[in-house]
Ligand binder design. Structure first.
Ligand code: 5AD
Length: 366
């Protein structure tokens, strides 16, 4: 029984898989309520914003699912100038968003790292205010790097790093990535990110063809074993310009299934991991207009408002159906706060909203 499992203090892979597989509406509602209660108890009801700037779609990787993979000739490749990024960062600070995420395709060359160091330093210096004495909180999402690069980016002032493991099923990982990418290396990078001092975030895609409920349960166990601070996960959405696109595989039934699975994964992650930050990702909204708000109702506490300048958004479509590609950040700001209030939550402005898990992890190690 789902209700019996929910009473437990710890969960086996089988327990987690059973929760994730719940189909009955009453059972799902039990899970959602439990997740909400755990969230309220461990991280509170506030929602924190991280303004998302997708600053470059140039990528040296060729992941089979991703719309900006290097072999895809569709997107026009771009990299924002430092000034363009700073304009968005200042807007973000002005709106009271305490943090931003700098996301891009993967590059490891020296020029890229130097450019990023400079940008991080400028953002930190130029967004200081009475309310944010240390400037905006900066999260990076720029892929696999060397230990030295992670260290340099941390020293420049970024303090959180998100690198998804995508799936912890090694065979599945190998199926969706070219041979140049290895599961072990990805895991190693997660360790290096933590060693560099970052708050560590990871996550998976949900509904990858061939992925089972037990795989997802193992993903959650992996998050716990890695002692991660933040989770960013969302539905797998095939992009038509990638090798993983299968024509005719996008029925409404299939979509509903993956959507519900994603919401359940958020809830079960909250129940299992308790005090981590969990993002309700844009990919959920790409499926259904209120998908991101639903994510909040299932225990997520982080939203990532889109701050990529509008003219570039069409070229940063990792998956099909990306929302808000014609709107600018101002439109998104108004619409988003109303949506958060609609589900009975408040946005916590002018604070970083760091992971509570990170704080207790650091306290324990001292
Ligand atoms: N569907 C869903 N998520 C995707 N990502 C990339 N391509 C897709 C897709 N087709 C996610 C990956 C990556 C993150 C930046 O975007 O999980 O880590």
């Amino acid at each position: 029984m789902i209700t019996d499992i929910l009473e437990k203090n710890d969960f086996s892979a089988a327990d987690l898989a059973e929760l994730i597989s719940a189909e009955n509406n009453d059972d799902i509602e039990f899970i959602r309520n439990k997740a909400y209660e755990v969230m309220r108890l461990h991280v509170g009801e506030e929602v924190y914003y991280r303004g998302l700037i997708e600053f470059s779609n140039i990528c040296t990787s060729d992941c089979y699912y991703c719309g900006i993979r290097k072999s895809n000739t569709v997107p026009k490749r771009y990299t924002l100038t430092k000034e363009e990024i700073l304009t968005q960062a200042k807007w973000c600070a002005g709106e009271g968003y305490g943090s931003l995420v700098l996301q891009s395709g993967e590059r490891n060359d020296e020029r890229f790292i130097e450019y990023l160091e400079e940008i991080i330093t400028s953002i930190k210096n130029e967004t200081k205010s009475v309310k944010l004495p240390d400037g905006l909180g900066v999260t990076l999402c720029v892929g696999e790097q060397t230990a030295n690069n992670y260290k340099r980016l941390f020293d420049a002032g970024a303090h959180r790093y998100l690198l998804r493991i995508e799936t912890t099923n090694r065979e599945l990982f190998e199926k969706i990535h070219p041979e140049t990418q290895s599961f072990d290396e990805r895991v190693n990078c997660l360790k290096l990110i933590k060693e560099a001092g970052f708050q560590l975030g990871t996550g998976v895609m949900i509904g990858i063809p061939g992925q089972t409920a037990l795989d997802l349960a193992n993903d959650l166990l992996f998050f716990r074993n890695m002692d991660v601070d933040m989770i960013g996960m969302g539905p797998f959405l095939a992009n038509r310009n990638t090798p993983m696109y299968i024509k005719g595989n996008d029925s409404e039934d299939e979509k509903q299934k993956i959507y519900r699975l994603s919401l359940k994964m958020i809830a079960v992650a909250r129940i299992f991991l308790k005090d981590v930050n969990i993002a309700s990702t844009t990919a959920l909204q790409a499926m259904y207009p209120f998908g991101r708000e639903e994510g909040l109702r299932y225990g997520a506490n982080i939203l990532m408002p889109q701050l990529t300048p509008t003219e570039y958004r069409k070229d940063y479509q990792l998956y099909d159906g990306k929302p808000c590609i014609d709107e600018d950040a101002d439109d998104c700001a108004e619409c988003l706060e109303a949506r958060v209030k609609f589900v009975g939550r408040q946005v916590a402005f002018d604070s970083w909203g760091d992971s509570k898990h990170f704080k207790s992890r650091v306290a324990k190690s001292q």
